[in-house]
Ligand binder design. Structure first.
Ligand code: HEM
Length: 276
C-alpha cells in the first residue's frame, strides 16, 4: 500500500491537524499551571526576605548557595535582580502566549512583552555573572550548558524584538516562542529532574554534587528537547505537512506531557511547597 492510499484509508477518519492542536493546547495548559506554581514559589520565598533586608535578603538560604557573598555588592545585586525578575519571566511567559490576551488586550500584550524581554535579558546576564564568579552546584559541564542557555536567551530576545520592530509578525512569533522555551529551560530542568526521580528512583543523579549521567543529559536537554519539539510543531503547522509527521508529533508530545505532569506534581510536593 502506498502512502496516499494509507492516509486515505487508515488516517482519514482521524483529523491529525486537530490532534496536533489539541495535544499542544493540553501541553500548554499543564505547562502554564506548572509555571504558576513556580511563580508562587518565587514570590513567597525570595520577595519577602529581599523586601526586608535588600541585598542581604538572600543570605543563608540553603537552597541558594550562590545567592549571597559578603562584600561582593555587584554579585549580590546580580543575584537579587535574577530572582526578582524571574517572577516576570516565569509568570509573564505563559500569559504572552494566550491568544485571547493578544486579541483582546493588545496594549497589555505589548507592555508585558517589553517587560518580559527586558527581564529575560537582565536575568540571563545576572545568571551568567553568578555562574562564572561564584561556586554553585554542579560542575564545569553544568556551568557551560546553562551558559549556552543564557546566550540563546539573549539571541532569541534580540531576534524577537528585531522582527516585531520590522513588522514581520510571523517571524516575531516564531522567535518569541523560541525565547519562551529557552527562558523556561530552568523550569523544564526542575520538572524533568523531579519527574525522572519519581519514575526511576533517581537513576543517574548524584544529589550531593548534582552530577551524574542524567544530570549531564539534562544540562542540554532542558532547552534542546523543548526547542526541537517546537521546531517540529512549526513543521506540523505547515499547509503541506503530512499526516504521518503530525501523528508522530502527537505520539511523542502526549507521553512527554504525561512525564511533565508527573514532574510538576513531584516538583511541587518535593521542591516548592515545602519551602513556601
Ligand atoms: C531567564 C531565565 C531564568 C530564570 C527564570 C531563572 C530563575 C532562577 C530562580 C528562580 C533561581 C532560584 C533557585 C531556586 O530556588 O530554584 C535561580 C538561581 C540561579 N540561576 Fe537562574 N534563571 C534563569 C536563567 C539562568 C541562566 C541563563 C543562568 C546562568 C547562565 C542562571 C544561573 C543561576 C544561578 C547561578 C543561580 C543560583 C544557584 C545557586 O545558588 O546555587 N539562571 N534562577
Amino acid at each position: 500500500m502506498n502512502d496516499a492510499v494509507l492516509s486515505t484509508t487508515v488516517l482519514r477518519p482521524f483529523d491529525t491537524r486537530r490532534a496536533v492542536n489539541l495535544a499542544v493546547t493540553t501541553w500548554f495548559s499543564i505547562a502554564a499551571i506548572g509555571h504558576g506554581i513556580f511563580l508562587a514559589y518565587i514570590l513567597a520565598v525570595f520577595y519577602p526576605p529581599i523586601a526586608q533586608s535588600g541585598l542581604h535578603g538572600l543570605q543563608g538560604l540553603d537552597h541558594l548557595p550562590a545567592g549571597f557573598r559578603e562584600g561582593d555588592t555587584l554579585g549580590n545585586l546580580a543575584a537579587v535582580a535574577h530572582v526578582l525578575l524571574a517572577a516576570i519571566v516565569i509568570g509573564g511567559g505563559p500569559l504572552q502566549l494566550v491568544p485571547a490576551v493578544r486579541r483582546h488586550a493588545p496594549t497589555f500584550h505589548r507592555w508585558l512583552g517589553r517587560s518580559y524581554l527586558l527581564a529575560a535579558v537582565i536575568s540571563s546576564v545576572g545568571g551568567l555573572y553568578m555562574i562564572w564568579t561564584r561556586h554553585s552546584i554542579g560542575n564545569l559541564w553544568s556551568q557551560i550548558t546553562i551558559s549556552v542557555d543564557g546566550v540563546l536567551i539573549l539571541v532569541f530576545a534580540f531576534l524577537a524584538l528585531r522582527n516585531v520592530m520590522a513588522g514581520r509578525i510571523a517571524e516575531h512569533r516564531r522567535w518569541a516562542l523560541r525565547l519562551f522555551m529557552a527562558a523556561s529551560a530552568v523550569w523544564f530542568l526542575r520538572v524533568a529532574l523531579m519527574g525522572w526521580a519519581t519514575l526511576t528512583g533517581g537513576w543517574g543523579i548524584d544529589w550531593e554534587s548534582f552530577t551524574g549521567p542524567f544530570v549531564y543529559a539534562l544540562g542540554v536537554g532542558q532547552y534542546l528537547v523543548p526547542l526541537a519539539m517546537l521546531q517540529w510543531y512549526f513543521h506540523c503547522q505547515k499547509r503541506d505537512a503530512g499526516h504521518r509527521a503530525q501523528l508522530a508529533f502527537v505520539s511523542t508530545l502526549v507521553p512527554l506531557t504525561v512525564f511533565m505532569a508527573i514532574g510538576i506534581f513531584a516538583a511541587t510536593m518535593g521542591m516548592w511547597l515545602p519551602r513556601i
